[in-house]
Design a protein around this ligand. Structure first.
Ligand SMILES: Cc1cc2nc3c(=O)[nH]c(=O)nc-3n(C[C@H](O)[C@H](O)[C@H](O)COP(=O)(O)OP(=O)(O)OC[C@H]3O[C@@H](n4cnc5c(N)ncnc54)[C@H](O)[C@@H]3O)c2cc1C
Length: 553
């Protein structure tokens, strides 16, 4: 099959015109180069973007088995990919092949260019995104190797973390891949150390946390914790990313804090088909990737694999204690921490998380299932999408719902698809009652109807897509929540009591404002929200208008 490098080469490596180079000259510095000179090394942060004026540059990906060539840049070509814009460690080595001259453009100059020159911005951004996709798809080069078993939850977690952060890596499966054993021997590791991440070919992390991997790979830029921001956004799901794009594009100083990876729940969706502007649908991963780039283009800072542990809201600036030990301060806060799937009440559920029980149905989990039949539990759109996605290669899918049907909870277009898929069986009024298996899920028991007989099936994969609980523990009583833990905002507050208890201002809370002036909540975490991508994005963007109003008060 043709690779991305072959099918989209022209957009990946476009040539700049003389006019475009003349405009870039205003921002860059000319540098003479000599053959063999290394201009930047993989893993190095704050790399210049280089436009070749004369001579040529070799771009290659170093790895444990040597260098993998990517391209040779000649006059009119330029280097760089997504990490260049963020100042993060890149993946390639750039070496001068033929001596000549380059135009070197620093990270801050690059940001100015993408914000002010729309023609060049489009060329750069498209190339950067495609180059990153090319690196991810190539699955070679060995900058990051994950060694583990596909039957291990730890391996799945790390696979999901790297994939959702569009970080190129190679997976070596200890159960099937001879290379995996050789790799362990090379680093004097045993099977008790798994999963292992070999980071940039030399640092070995044994069963690391996401934060340890992020730190080793330099996935976050250095940010100034002492600075008082205009707005700190907690959560980089659709609502948080929308708020970041609008706030940064309107000149506010923005920091986004995200526990796992950009995209939130939407990032775990195989295909979103009802989001405006994408008639053939878009995967959650692609939507999140684009939104992240957009936010960063406008200068928003994003810290991933970092959680907000506590909001300290008794005075302005508000303080947010983070999982890495830092504390950040901000004049306003947007709570965009969304929700997570409810867990089923089964005593041994935790034993099978990642080894038969999953909370996301993306390409990563689909690969794990091979041809096996699967169960999807839930009656909402996420369950519908997961069923259709898992069924589209002919696999048998059992869609299990507690209710008597799907009409009340799922979009009509998904119900039609399910009805039209002969390999999806809908089980209404049905509940899973037991899970069994040694080390991984092997059997599932369900019961249909109150008097139904339990049926046990040899099924090894269950996708749980059952209702959501809000991520609000970190708020620890700061703002008012409803009975289910969702954040109450604006009209919800004064419909009940005029203004909330202790509200210090003469004006009522703004729409999306919580019981504390200057703290807002958007998206799925907000009580009464629509639980849809478009609604979350809308709320994230509207919130920025309210922040402007508040900052000018
Ligand atoms: C599988 C699936 C398919 C879906 N399909 C569709 C669809 O087709 N169409 C549609 O309109 N909607 C769909 N939805 C719903 C949609 O994804 C959500 O409504 C939307 O993602 C909500 O966005 P959000 O930003 O409010 O919250 P979330 O997406 O939940 O994002 C919240 C983010 O905050 C982070 N976070 C939580 N706590 C903290 C903390 N303490 N510190 C830092 N970060 C934190 C989380 O890691 C997460 O990334 C789907 C949902 C799922 C799960």
């Amino acid at each position: 099959m043709a690779t991305l490098y072959e099918t989209r080469r022209e957009q990946m490596f476009p040539k700049l015109t003389a006019q475009q180079i003349a405009r870039l000259e205003l921002h860059g510095r000319r540098i003479r180069t000599t053959a063999g000179q290394v201009l930047s090394e993989a893993g190095e942060g704050h790399r210049d973007l280089c436009v070749v004026l004369s001579g040529s540059l070799e771009v290659a990906r170093p790895g444990m088995q040597g260098e993998v060539p990517i391209t040779v840049a000649v006059p009119g070509d330029f280097t760089g990919e997504m990490s260049t814009l963020r100042g993060l460690g890149g993946f390639t080595r750039v070496r001068v092949a033929e001596a000549g001259e380059i135009l070197a453009i620093s990270e801050s100059q690059l940001r100015t260019i993408v914000q002010t020159d729309s023609e060049i911005m489009e060329i750069f951004m498209r190339a950067f995104i495609l180059r990153r996709m090319g690196l991810v798809a190539a699955e070679q080069g060995g900058d990051v190797i994950l060694v583990g078993s596909t039957f291990s939850p730890g391996t799945l977690r790390l696979q999901q973390f790297l994939t959702r952060n569009t970080y190129p890596f190679v997976l070596k499966d200890i159960d099937t891949d001879e290379d995996a054993k050789a790799c362990l021997a090379r680093f004097h590791l045993g099977s008790g150390d798994l999963p292992v991440v070999v980071c940039r070919g030399h640092v070995v992390l044994k069963n690391p946390s996401n934060a340890e991997v992020a730190a080793c790979l330099g996935m976050n830029p250095q940010f100034d914790a002492a600075k008082i921001r205009d707005v700190v956004i907690i959560g980089a799901g659709p609502s948080g990313l929308a708020a970041a794009v609008y706030a940064a594009s309107e000149g506010l100083d923005v920091l986004v804090i995200e526990t796992v990876a950009p995209g939130g729940q939407a990032g775990s969706s195989s295909k979103i088909e009802n989001y405006l502007g994408f008639p053939t649908g878009i995967s959650g991963l692609a939507l999140a990737g684009r939104a992240l780039v957009q936010a960063q283009k406008f200068g928003a800072e994003v810290a991933i694999a970092t959680s907000a542990l506590r909001l300290i809201c008794d005075q302005v600036p508000f303080r947010i204690a983070l999982s890495d030990g830092d504390e950040v301060r901000s004049r306003t806060v947007i709570i965009a921490s969304g929700a997570e799937y409810r867990k089923l009440a089964l005593h041994n559920l935790a034993d099978y998380l990642g080894v038969g029980v999953y909370y996301a149905a993306t390409a990563v989990e689909k690969k794990l299932c091979g041809e096996d039949e699967v169960i999807v539990v839930g009656g909402g759109n996420s369950a519908g999408q997961a069923s259709v996605f898992m069924a589209n290669n002919g696999r048998r899918v059992h869609l299990v719902v507690r209710a008597g049907g799907l009409a009340a909870s799922m979009s009509h277009y998904l119900i039609r698809r399910i009805e039209d898929s002969p390999n999806i069986t809908l089980h209404v009024n049905t509940e899973i009652t037991a899970l069994e298996g040694k080390g991984r899920l092997e059997k599932v028991t369900w019961r249909s109807g109150a008097n139904g007989k339990p049926e046990t099936h040899d099924i090894k994969h269950v996708f749980l897509m059952t209702g959501a609980v809000p991520n609000t523990e970190w708020l620890q009583g700061c703002v008012a929540l409803d009975g289910k833990g969702f954040v109450r905002t604006g009209p919800d507050l004064h419909v009940e009591s005029g203004a909330p208890d202790g509200w210090p201002l003469s004006r009522p809370p703004l729409h999306l404002e919580t019981t504390i002036p200057g703290i807002f909540a958007v998206g799925d975490v907000r009580c009464g929200s629509a639980k849809r991508v478009a609604a979350a994005v809308g709320e994230g963007s509207v919130c920025v208008q309210l922040i402007h109003r508040l900052l000018s008060e």
